[in-house]
Design a protein around this ligand. Structure first.
Ligand code: SF4
Ligand code: SF4
Length: 375
């Protein structure tokens, strides 16, 4: 019997089923660093520590011990199925008859990094930059398509002492495909796996990270590249979080002024483009906003959208959603995108509440169209 056991990113995050499987195993085989991290859990067992890059000999040894009738645990950090030992073991075991195998999942680096960063994952792609077994052209293609499809992208194995080129190409592809304000979370567990360093930066700052600077980017680093909706949230203690909203509807009433606005809007009686007759024009700082602040959605049809991906935020302890920093809604391209579909949804002002889910989906679609280089 071979148990392929994921021990997660560190000892504190091992699962109960993995613990039980370790307990029931006679022989424990693994990379020495991983074995050392769980040494107190495997006292009294036959323990075989192997070096980095020794995966095949670890697997063959596990098979040999199993054929002797022993219960063997082969250890993976993270999850055995995510760049871990499970794949290799199934490949090796297929040569033999009568070996039972069971895989015990572990917390993979993407889950751990995401939880350290906040809540950045929505639909996401996981890509390893290791070109030891995978050609660089395949890695490049996957990064490019994932970036263009606006997937959140988690990166494993970004760099090693001898392997810098894939990281360089990764940065170049992001530069070609993503907005320079795209947020990137960096989680580095090298010094302390239980308390990793974290950093959240924009793509334009990320581009300045040197391939040779191991301070943040090394073999123990996981990167998470946000999508067009991912935003930075800072709590009242100054802690930063990377958040990708899912689009939940925040319950609200229609403000009477908004109702009046949409009664006129639906009759085509509201101004289009910059409303320079308005005494508040421009109510947003024009230089921050766009060439000219368009006032078509003086009252936003998505209010309150409840996510900060376009700059809005809650005024803390007041239960008021502020759109003061949302320039996106006053941009010509945004307005064009929204207007193309809005008439299919909005037939009467009450639909602002009744069809809020559809409206928020339209908002997402227009953010994707206007904030990313998607063609
Ligand atoms: S968005 Fe509304 S309040 Fe602001 S300048 Fe335009 S018309 Fe005036
Ligand atoms: S103006 Fe911007 S922040 Fe405010 S509700 Fe609309 S999309 Fe959200």
């Amino acid at each position: 019997m071979i148990n392929i056991i994921g021990i997660g990113p560190n000892r504190e995050n091992i699962t109960i089923s993995a613990l039980k499987a370790l307990e029931e195993s006679d022989v424990i085989i693994g990379y020495k660093k991983y074995i050392d991290s769980i040494s107190d859990l495997i006292e009294g067992k036959e323990v075989i520590r192997k070096g980095m890059g020794d995966e095949i000999s670890r697997g063959e040894l596990a098979i040999a011990k199993s054929l002797e009738g022993k219960k063997v645990a082969i250890i993976s950090s993270g999850d055995p199925g995510v760049y871990g030992m499970a794949n290799l073991m199934f490949q090796l075991i297929s040569k033999y008859k009568g070996i039972d195998v069971k895989v015990f999942p572990g917390v993979s680096a993407v889950n751990f990094a995401a939880d350290i960063l906040g809540a950045p994952l929505h639909d996401f792609a996981v890509i390893s930059l290791s070109d030891i077994l995978t050609p660089l052209c395949e890695i490049e293609k996957k990064i490019e398509y994932a970036a263009k499809a606006d997937f959140i992208i988690a990166i494993y194995n970004p760099i090693s002492k001898t392997r810098k080129e894939p990281f360089k190409r990764f940065k170049e592809i992001l530069k070609e495909t993503k907005d320079s304000k795209t947020l990137i979370g960096i989680v580095n567990s090298k010094e302390d796996p239980n308390n990793p360093k974290k950093l959240i930066i924009t793509l334009e700052d990320f581009e300045n990270i040197d391939e040779n600077d191991e301070n943040y980017i090394n073999m123990s680093t996981t990167l998470i590249v946000g999508n067009s909706l991912t935003y930075l949230d800072v709590d009242s203690n100054g802690n930063s979080y990377l958040i990708t909203p899912r689009g939940y509807v925040i319950k609200s009433d229609i403000h009477s002024l908004s109702e009046q606005f949409y009664t006129k809007f639906l009759k085509g009686e509201t101004p289009s483009g910059p409303n320079k007759k308005c005494e508040y024009y421009p109510c947003h700082n024009e230089s921050q906003c766009c060439d000219a602040q368009c006032c078509d959605f003086c009252y936003c049809p998505f209010y309150p959208c409840g996510d900060s991906s376009t700059g809005g935020k809650w005024i803390k302890d007041k239960n008021v959603w502020s759109c003061q920093d949302c320039m996106w809604i006053h941009n010509e391209k945004t307005i064009q995108c929204i207007k193309e579909k809005l008439s299919d949804i909005l037939e009467k002002p009450e639909d602002l509440i009744l069809k809020k889910k559809q409206l928020l989906k339209l908002r997402r679609a227009c953010i994707l169209e206007t904030k990313n280089n998607i063609t």
